[in-house]
Design a protein around this ligand. Structure first.
Ligand SMILES: Cc1cc2nc3c(=O)[nH]c(=O)nc-3n(C[C@H](O)[C@H](O)[C@H](O)COP(=O)(O)OP(=O)(O)OC[C@H]3O[C@@H](n4cnc5c(N)ncnc54)[C@H](O)[C@@H]3O)c2cc1C
Length: 313
């Protein structure tokens, strides 16, 4: 049993997007120094199980959805996990919280899922951010941070593709849509279960944007020439559960996108000097590609070899 946490923060506000998706705003008692995290990083939050003290405490990593330039509370965008794996799931304790309730937040950021840890400072490629569900949190932080530093920032090199089951699950949609008008952000929400809604936009899972038949349309939206969606012009960031990461990485092998994961690079026969062009943050622990299974790896390796030959010339 994990020992009791000493609460050091207050959940000052919750915004329920749906019954299972909530933005939690958490104010640590000792406000961390400005710039204590880089957009894309996460920190650990936790709770004691007050109703069942015998279960002790639970802590989980959560991406930070606010901007480091924000003076107020730290924001997290969290899904209630209806089929948890642990016997003391954090999300079940968080969902009981009311504004003003106490909790634990470790005001120390971790992780290298940041632009500065991924691409050179002078990189001018389009940043395509791929998220399903709450995987949008780090990208929301990145976008907010750009705006806090310059409200008129040109976001035409930023593209957020966000997938959800229903239109109402697309948290942050209104403010992101506004930025498409004011700051030229490319933002495309896509919904896999549009039935019985008035949804008139993209349909399907977020990784469907990368199906061969649909890539041409994405290229058009991003102002790229046919075939231009490749690592010379685009760098990919993915965040969420394995399905989204695998479903994005695999079709993009044919465009020579190289995942930033040593064992996958090796399995796909990527030359050691070829730069990474797909970076991801994974919320669960399933393998993204079963690198030990030749039936899985061999065809992917052939596709990567062909793509590298095609797109490196
Ligand atoms: C670096 C990092 C950052 C994370 N950031 C976020 C975040 O910003 N928002 C967030 O909601 N979660 C995030 N997570 C997941 C989070 O840490 C927990 O795993 C999740 O909240 C479930 O915890 P639990 O104790 O309630 O359930 P557990 O008993 O730990 O249940 C684990 C199960 O939950 C599933 N799961 C985990 N995360 C999600 C999710 N987001 N949506 C649907 N199913 C999920 C896993 O597949 C697994 O089957 C992050 C994970 C990591 C490693």
């Amino acid at each position: 049993m994990a020992k009791a946490l000493e609460y050091n923060a207050t959940m000052v506000e919750r915004v329920d997007v749906t019954d299972a998706l909530t933005m939690f705003r958490v104010q640590p008692d000792q406000p961390p120094a400005p710039g204590w995290f880089v957009p894309g990083q996460y920190c650990v939050i936790g709770m004691n199980n007050a109703a069942k003290p015998e279960l002790g405490s639970v802590r989980r990593s959560m991406s930070i959805a606010s901007a480091p330039e924000d003076a107020g509370p730290t924001e997290f965008y969290i899904r209630f996990v209806s089929k948890p794996e642990s016997e003391n799931p954090l999300t079940h304790l968080l969902w009981k919280l009311k504004n003003g309730d106490r909790m634990y937040m470790r005001p120390v950021a971790a992780g290298v899922f940041t632009v500065k840890d991924s691409v050179p400072a002078d990189d001018t490629r389009i940043r395509v951010m791929v998220a399903a569900g709450t995987g949008s949190a780090p990208f929301v932080s990145m976008i907010k941070s750009e705006l806090r530093r310059d409200p008129t920032a040109d976001l035409s090199k930023w593209c957020l593709l966000h997938g959800a089951s229903y239109p109402a699950d697309l948290g942050y949609r209104d403010e992101l849509m506004r930025l498409t008008e004011t700051n030229k952000l490319h933002y495309y929400g896509t919904v896999s279960r549009p039935k019985d809604t008035d949804w008139r936009s993209d349909v399907g899972r977020v990784e469907a944007f990368f199906e061969p038949a649909r890539l041409a349309e994405l290229e058009r939206r991003l102002g790229l020439p046919p075939g231009g969606f490749n690592p010379k012009n685009v760098v990919i960031f993915i965040c969420g559960l394995t399905g989204t990461i695998t479903g994005t990485i695999i079709p993009l092998i044919d465009r020579a996108f190289i995942p930033d994961f040593k064992r996958i690079r090796e399995a796909l026969g990527v030359p050691t000097d070829a730069p990474n062009s797909v970076f991801y943050e994974q919320y669960d622990t399933e393998p993204v590609i079963d690198v030990k299974n030749p039936v899985v790896v061999e065809p992917l390796r052939e596709r990567m070899t062909a793509a590298l030959a095609k797109f490196s010339s």
